[in-house]
Design a protein around this ligand. Structure first.
Ligand code: PEP
Length: 250
């Protein structure tokens, strides 16, 4: 089985309801039926956007979930709530959640397992900070992240997980990893998945690159063997930018 190419957007805390609706309508009108698109949207838009995109090639992701099943956690959102309103995916391990909300790999693993249990699929993010890249130890850093979370999943859970390699120094900075840097890390990640889960699962796992992907660099990044698409922040907020990125991955 050939692995699937994906372009995912991460809206973060942006767009009001009207803007969100307009953007999705614009993306639907692009009619790239063969593309697989996932939109990571704020919780409050999930239900309506899941209805709007029902039957299309756009799937909806939450940007977080709580690490417990239910209970006295005022203001939090559970995996079951997400599943019950039509959420397909949840993005976990994003560097902003690691940094601003102190999420570590143990917590991320807990969330991943809970999400899978509820029938959600996961986009799992990993990636090194600038100091690690400058010291040349990015492979060890990412290997360590994976060892504590992704590689502890069951094979079945891994099959329902997309990996996003997002070097922190390239997120929202305009600084992109070169296509060769991305390829080299993606190959490393695929080898780690293969060592844990076997070659077949590794070959079928989609590994996305994230970090200042834009129309000008998407094609080169996506042309690399182990880069199966992108996780896109800023450029996913405008159809005129996101559209060409989707096209670059067809
Ligand atoms: C992200 O937040 O996942 C991301 C990659 O952002 P940007 O594309 O804006 O760098």
């Amino acid at each position: 089985m050939k692995r699937r190419r994906v372009v995912a957007g991460n809206w973060k805390m942006n767009l009001n309801s009207l803007e969100a609706n307009d953007l999705v309508q614009d993306l639907l009108s692009l009619k790239h039926e063969s593309a697989r698109i996932i939109l990571g949207v704020p919780f409050v838009y999930i239900a309506s956007l899941a209805r709007l995109t029902n039957g299309s090639n756009i799937e909806i992701a939450a940007q977080n979930c709580h690490h417990e099943q239910k209970g006295a956690y005022t203001g939090e959102i559970s995996v079951e709530m997400l599943k019950s309103i039509g959420t397909d995916y949840v993005i976990l391990g994003h560097s902003e959640r690691r940094e601003y909300f102190n999420e570590d790999d143990t917590l991320i693993l807990q969330k991943m397992q809970l999400a899978h249990e509820a029938g959600l699929k996961v986009i799992y993010c990993c990636g090194e900070p600038l100091s690690v890249r400058e010291a040349g130890s990015q492979n060890e850093f990412v290997q360590n992240q994976l060892a504590q979370s992704l590689l502890k999943l069951s094979a079945e859970e891994m099959k329902n997980t997309i990996v996003a390699y997002e070097p922190i120094w390239a997120i929202g900075t305009g600084k992109t990893a070169t296509a060769d840097q991305a390829q080299s890390m993606h190959q490393h990640i695929r080898q780690l998945i293969s060592a844990q889960f076997g070659q077949e699962i590794a070959d079928q796992s989609s590994i996305l690159y994230g970090g200042s992907v834009k129309p000008a660099n998407a094609e080169e990044l996506f042309s690399k063997d182990d880069v199966d698409g992108g996780l896109v922040g800023g450029a996913s907020l405008k159809a005129e930018l996101f559209g060409p990125i989707i096209e670059a991955n067809l």
